[in-house]
Design a protein around this ligand. Structure first.
Ligand code: GLU
Ligand code: MG
Length: 484
């Protein structure tokens, strides 16, 4: 099925073999470079990493339950890993957040092997884990063809689908987390600071820790825009500069594991789980995005609402309309629905609004004078239990379909939707089953993900939905608090 007709001028530049304007093919974007080129790149990386006193490289991928999994190789084995990949069982595609394993029509059981290839364009020594470097991985088959269940390759395909239309997406994922004393009881987090929300008191209590987080992120080449205490007890947030969608997803993995490593060095345990205390404000994983063509931000200078161009409006309308099914990818854990409640700034309503922190889609224009660069939209309803590659890839898919179909945004909503006439603003799904039903109806996401990945996501969500179907909020929070 082809969902659109607009083939951008960059079609040949991506070398796409997929249908112009569709979401399916883009094989060139996910094909391994020739083996000789991989070896040459790996040898150069080994030289660089040896100089940085690196002993081993952690190669990560994020599974469909949102857990970052890893295979590590000593530096001496990096060239071999770049040549032939590192072994990874296909059944990782159907792992659950609690390490249970389900099955999907194409995955399950102990047989088979995939090869995890480190992306050496992104390899970096880890500042808070001396002797270690990190690289995100892509999964291919033993025959060297792209694994259809690879989430990072999916995000790359969607990035290529945008490039085919002459578009680039710039994205950034905000990271919120809660810190607790590492030695404290698991089921009753004890916080290292009792300062107020957004309070300087909290920053003062944990000044050395927060400085070390900033230093580590900076040493790893990340540009931090802001760090601050958040609303919930022991909660903080960091945001980094936007980049391409796959890069932003990689960065969100790197940021979280850097925060975790620095926290461990300070005797702290961290949680990126959607909810750490039942009833409290949770940890979001808001996705900021802006769409660009020929160096111009399409969210600025157009005739649409607040300066949106028609293309940006179509893209955002596509995203807004698909939010119920996008939650399956952007809000992976069933615990996410405990966070996604009104009046928690989590974006529980399917509406959009300028600077509206209760709208699932918040439009940000930036200050007068910097709007051409700063205008962006924020998907607020997502949390950090999401696989970030699935989240950015799926938002791209839904947005591109909205753009191809020239969709318009519904009227803007100003104020708190919770205070509006009941039923006048649609609530997003209030539980995983409702989101899953929307996902099962979504031809767009089914086509974009491709059968094996779509089926694996479905299997994992169904299994986790059943697992916690009768859990109380307290049980669900206890089961997920330290998993993310
Ligand atoms: N912690 C809130 C959430 O669950 C978001 C707060 C904010 O707007 O930064 O998404
Ligand atoms: Mg925040």
């Amino acid at each position: 099925m082809t969902l659109g007709t607009a083939a951008g001028p960059a079609a040949s530049a991506t070398g796409s073999t997929g249908p112009a304007g569709g979401l399916g093919g883009h094989l060139a974007a996910v094909t391994l470079p020739p083996c000789a080129a991989r070896v040459e790149q790996a040898e150069a990386a080994v030289d660089r990493l040896r100089t940085a006193a690196v002993d081993a490289v952690a190669v990560t991928w994020v599974d469909n339950a949102g857990i970052t999994r890893v295979k590590a190789v000593p530096l001496g084995a990096l060239v071999h890993a770049a040549q032939w990949g590192v072994g990874a069982a296909p059944c990782f595609d159907v792992f659950l957040a609690d390490d249970g394993i389900t099955t999907s029509p194409s995955t399950g059981g102990p047989t088979g092997d995939l090869r995890l290839y480190p992306d050496l364009d992104r390899v970096v020594p880890l500042a808070a884990q001396p002797g270690w470097a990190w690289a995100p991985g892509d999964r291919h088959t033993q025959a060297g063809t792209p694994h259809p269940g690879c989430q990072r390759l999916f995000a790359r395909r969607m990035e290529a689908a945008a490039a085919e239309r002459g578009l680039t997406l710039r994205a950034g994922i905000e990271v919120e987390w809660v810190v607790a004393l590492a030695g404290g009881p698991q089921d009753e987090p004890q916080y290292p600071t009792h300062g107020p929300a957004y309070g300087m008191h909290r920053l003062t209590d944990l000044a050395d820790y927060l400085r070390d987080v900033l230093r580590a992120l900076g040493e790893q080449g990340l540009t931090v825009l802001q760090i601050h205490p958040e609303y919930a007890p022991g909660q903080f947030e960091v945001s980094v500069a936007p980049e391409g969608p796959v890069g932003a997803a990689d960065t969100s993995v790197l940021v979280r594991h850097t925060v975790r490593a620095v926290s461990a060095r300070h005797g702290l345990r961290v949680s990126f789980a959607p909810v750490v205390e039942p009833g409290a404000v949770g940890n979001g994983g808001h996705l900021h995005l802006s769409l660009w063509r020929d160096g111009h931000n399409l969210g600025h200078g157009g005739p649409g609402p607040h300066g949106l161009t028609a293309e940006a409006e179509g893209f955002l309308a596509g995203v807004l309309g698909a939010l119920p099914e996008l939650l399956v990818l952007g809000c992976s854990s069933p615990a996410g629905y405990l966070r996604l409640v009104p009046s928690h700034w989590a974006g529980a309503y399917q509406c959009w609004g300028l600077e509206n922190r209760e709208a699932a889609l918040r439009l940000v224009t930036g200050s007068t004078g910097e709007r051409a660069a700063a205008a962006n939209a924020e998907v607020k309803c997502f949390d950090a239990s999401a696989n970030p590659y699935l989240a950015v890839g799926a938002v791209l898919a839904a947005g591109l379909v909205g753009l191809d179909r020239h969709l318009s945004l519904p009227p803007e909503f100003t104020g708190d939707p919770a205070a509006a006439e009941p039923g006048s603003v649609p609530r997003l799904p209030t539980g995983p089953a409702e989101a899953l039903a929307a996902f099962e109806r979504s031809a767009v996401l089914r086509e974009a993900l491709g059968g094996p990945l779509y089926e694996a996501v479905l299997a994992v969500r169904r299994a986790e939905g059943e697992q916690y179907a009768v859990a109380t909020p307290e049980q669900l929070v206890a089961a997920t608090r330290w998993r993310y």
